[in-house]
Design a protein around this ligand. Structure first.
Ligand code: AMP
Length: 209
C-alpha cells in the first residue's frame, strides 16, 4: 500500500504515520525527518537546508524530489510506504507520479487554532525523533524521552514566527494538492482533531471503505 499523508503542519501526520506503519508493515517516510537528519549530521544537503527549515520555508523542489527518489529506491520501500510531508507542491506531486503512483492520499483536517496549539507545545527527542506534546502527550519525566532518555527540544520551526510562515506556505503551496488529488479520485478526508487513537481509528475506517 502506497499512502500520502496531507494536511497542515501540526495535523498529526507524523504521529498517525508512526502508529499506522506498525500495523501496515510499511515504512513511514518523512521528508522533514530526512532533512533534520541531514542537518544533524552536517551533510552538504544539511548545510543547504538548515536556514530554510528554521525559517519555516520550503526546501527547493529539485533537492526534495532527489531526496525522495533516493529513499524510495531503498529495499524496504518496495512493499509500500507512508509519505509524510511529501509532496508539498504541485511540481513535487507531478515528479512523484512519474516515479510511482500512490494508492490513496489521506488529508487530515485540523483548524488553524488547534494547529498553532499543537506546534507550539510540540517537543521532540534529540536522538530518536519521537514526538511529544507538553500538555496533550507529555513524556513520563518532563523534558526526557520515554524511549531512550535523551533530552527533548523545541524545533526552531515550531517557534512563533516560523509557525506563521509554515501555515502561510501550506495554504499557498500545499493546500492546492487537496483538489489535485481529489480530481484523481484518490483523496480520503479525515477529521484530525482528537486523541491519536481516535484519529487512527477514523483513518483505519476510511481505508477499509
Ligand atoms: P515537517 O517535519 O514535515 O514539518 O518538515 C519540516 C521542514 O522540512 C519544512 O518546514 C520544510 O522546510 C522542510 N520540508 C519537509 N518536507 C518538504 C517538502 N516536501 N518540500 C519542501 N520542504 C520540505
Amino acid at each position: 500500500m502506497k499512502l500520502i499523508f496531507l494536511g497542515p503542519p501540526g495535523a498529526g501526520k507524523g504521529t498517525i504515520a508512526d502508529l499506522a506503519m506498525q500495523e501496515l508493515g510499511i515504512p513511514h517516510i518523512s521528508t522533514g525527518d530526512l532533512f533534520r537528519a541531514a542537518v544533524k549530521n552536517g551533510t552538504a544537503l544539511g548545510l543547504k537546508v538548515k536556514d530554510i527549515m528554521a525559517s519555516g520555508g520550503l526546501v527547493p523542489d529539485d533537492l526534495t524530489i532527489a531526496l525522495v527518489a533516493e529513499r524510495l529506491a531503498e529495499g524496504d520501500a518496495k512493499k509500500g510506504w507512508i509519505l509524510d510531508g511529501f509532496p508539498r507542491t504541485i511540481p513535487q506531486a507531478e515528479a512523484l507520479e512519474k516515479m510511482t503512483a500512490a494508492d490513496k492520499v489521506v488529508n487530515f483536517e485540523v483548524a488553524d487554532d488547534i494547529v498553532v496549539g499543537r506546534l507550539s507545545g510540540r517537543r521532540m527527542c534529540k536522538t530518536c525523533g519521537k514526538i511529544y506534546h507538553e500538555k496533550n502527550m507529555p513524556p513520563k519525566v518532563a523534558g526526557i524521552c520515554d524511549v531512550d532518555g535523551s533530552p527533548l527540544y523545541t524545533r526552531d520551526d515550531d517557534k512563533e514566527g516560523a509557525i506563521k510562515v509554515r501555515l502561510d506556505t501550506y495554504r499557498k503551496q500545499t493546500a492546492p494538492l487537496i483538489d489535485w488529488y481529489g480530481k484523481k479520485g484518490k483523496l480520503l478526508t479525515i477529521d484530525g482533531v482528537g486523541a491519536p487513537a481516535a484519529v487512527l481509528q477514523r483513518f483505519q475506517a476510511a481505508l477499509k471503505k
